[in-house]
Design a protein around this ligand. Sequence first.
Ligand code: GLY
Ligand code: MN
Ligand code: MN
Length: 440
Amino acid sequence: MRKPNYNMTLFEERRIRLRESLSEQKVKDAAIVIFANRELIRNNDVPYSFRQDTNFFYLTGFEEPDSVYIFRPGHKEENIMFVRKKDALKETWEGFRYGTEGARKEFFMDDAFYLEEFSTKAASLLKDCSRVYFDLFSDPQNDATMKTIFEKIKNLNHRSGRGTLPVFSSKEVIGEQRLFKSSDEVALLKKACEITTQGHIAVMKEAKVGMNERALHGVFLNEIMKQGSPREGYGGIFATGSNATTLHYVFNDEEMKDGELILVDAGAEHEFFTGDITRTFPVNGKFSDTQKRIYGTMLELQKSLVAAVKPGVTFKELNSQMTRGVTELLVKEGVLQGEVDELIDQQSFTKYIPHGVGHFLGMDVHDAGLTMLKGEPRPLAAGMALTIEPGIYIPADDEVAPKALRGLGIRIEDNILVTENGNINLTADCPKSIEELERS
Ligand code: GLY
Ligand code: MN
Ligand code: MN
């Protein structure tokens, strides 16, 4: 891997925060074990493009595959990494490896070993811990490795009367920390949102009748990479016409036709943070009357949802606001018949808006963090980031909707940071008004 340009103190600060949070929870002598992602083979000796496991990167900044990190807060050797061996031939083909020395020197590990030593060393490093945080049942190979280690520990603790070490979720404990963005992290997320915005603006400028969805996807990739983004935060959705009614449309291979809308949902990564913007606009540069009426209502609804984001509000409340707004629109347009309250009670809207109002956003597009606390919807709080993305999707083969609306899909998505007094829309510069979309 390349020598990182990242601000390496960020990773140390995160480890300090994690140590403090475990100590506030009165958890003593715990250890956290995190496996890096494996390099997956696409064919023969060609791997799929690699992205590090988010939690592994979050705490270490280390981007080599096939590594393991052990964090033992409060111990003399607190940070320990297991890495791939240096290998002159492999490094000639695939690039530099840090080895154990690099892990200590550049990534501030207190100790580092080669992977081959993992099961023996890990057993002695974890033996006296009170509990282990590990992401159990996410990866059978890692589960099997940990099983071997727990068995070794059992043997090491022979006749001590101790049972198997309790395992807690690393995903949850780290996720709760990732949910609250530090000021440095907010700056990284902002940058990801800025690059994403530039990508969408480039797409709006280039889009025209007769162009293929894929070519437009290429415009987005070109723009974000020009701006230094290494990759998208998720596979971009470039969905023209009724393709927009497939929520996670992935094919991106059809021609954009006169009179259609195109829904573009795409995000750029910046230092492992990602933006997640959706815009829907007319391929030929002009909304039809029907498109304008429905888009205009959805835009007002989206703006009112963004305005409602502040500390104390829950996703549940925002979802209710969204489903009411969409149901009212569906009744007005003759797609649903009946009383709005009754239709909401019967959840009649789910066919036309099958997803929620949004999700947490950060290093993963659908980011970490608990949405419920003690069985109740969690109130939003300053430092959280989320998307607001109401949508309406009328399947092309719907038999009850007026014919003119069939195949219509609209989503408008912005990225919102919750602040002490309300929120900041991090993607406010991405055009979404009817006037801007008809001009750009
Ligand atoms: N881009 C996926 C989503 O908006 O959730
Ligand atoms: Mn989203
Ligand atoms: Mn999205």
